[in-house]
Design a binder for this molecule. Structure first.
Ligand code: SF4
Length: 284
């Protein structure tokens, strides 16, 4: 029998043995189930911020951030901001954008990926918001917790999980959540900030679990933005251009041949299939 301070305090009774068991075995088990901070993350964030300063765009209004996120999703930062600014100049009032013809919007969306689809989706999402809350506003999200707000947003037509997370992180809602789409997820995986077999939809959670406890919306927002931009300039699909990457000495995958880096839509050895890189959470 193990004699220790718990047994001494409670005596060699059944109660003492039960207490000893919980203190020495259950306690440590619960501790091991908590997630460890990855000590590289603050340095990764500092370097990404230095290399990719955030673009200056008004991200205060959640509805404005939603439209910006939908329009710019998958586009380079300069293209996304440029098209969004043209859109706001042509449609300065939400009601006008709600009633816009997709054909008219498509002429402004030249250069965007999935331009025709976005030209349909933007007025549609405004109509859906108005139908649900009676107003063209997302201010009501401030009364929801982060997960509920994320769920509410992803039920809107054409709103991906990455865009919903960006609304919560970059707008006046300022929720501590990270927005990671397919390209940024590739960087996360190569940095081994998530398990090798993690589904795309689980990647943001893995990053958040490893982040310092004091990180807030500002830090997660900058991380989201920096990862996305690094994917475009260096961490390409296929062979990455590691020589251009500011994270080389922090990355276990640096200079690895592309053949050893499994894309998110590849079949794993044990037969599991990861979700496609373009996985989205769309409403019915
Ligand atoms: S070192 Fe290479 S593989 Fe690693 S994050 Fe940078 S570009 Fe990607």
């Amino acid at each position: 029998m193990r004699i220790d301070w718990v047994t001494c305090v409670f005596g060699p009774t059944f109660f003492g043995l039960v207490c000893s068991y919980f203190v020495h075995y259950v306690g440590p088990m619960q501790t091991s189930l908590t997630f460890a901070t990855d000590n590289r993350l603050p340095e990764i964030l500092d370097r990404l911020r230095a290399r990719f300063p955030s673009p200056s765009v008004d991200r205060q209004d959640p509805l404005r951030q939603l439209v910006f996120g939908m329009v710019s999703e998958g586009a380079g930062p300069a293209v996304g901001v440029g098209v969004f600014n043209r859109l706001m100049a042509a449609y300065p009032h939400w009601a006008a954008l709600r009633d816009a013809e997709p054909e008219a919007l498509a002429t402004l969306f030249v250069g965007l990926p999935r331009a025709a689809e976005k030209a349909e989706a933007v007025p549609e999402v405004l109509r859906a918001i108005e139908a649900r809350v009676g107003d063209l506003s997302l201010d009501g999200l401030s009364k929801m917790n982060t997960e509920a707000a994320k769920g509410w947003l992803t039920e809107l037509p054409g709103v991906s999980l990455a865009v919903a997370s960006a609304v919560l992180a970059f707008s006046s809602l300022e929720r501590p959540t990270v927005s990671i789409e397919g390209e940024a997820a590739r960087v996360v995986r190569r940095l081994e900030l998530c398990p090798a077999g993690a589904a795309l939809s689980a990647v943001p959670r893995h990053v958040m679990e490893r982040a310092p406890a004091h990180w807030r919306a500002k830090e997660f927002g900058a991380m989201s933005d920096g990862l996305k931009r690094l994917a475009r300039v260096a961490c390409h699909q296929g062979r990455a251009a590691c020589a251009k990457c500011p994270l080389q000495d922090l990355c276990p995958s640096r200079n690895r041949q592309s053949a050893t880096i499994i894309p998110f839509n590849a079949r794993l050895k044990d037969g599991d299939t990861q979700p496609a890189a373009a996985e989205k959470v769309l409403s019915k």
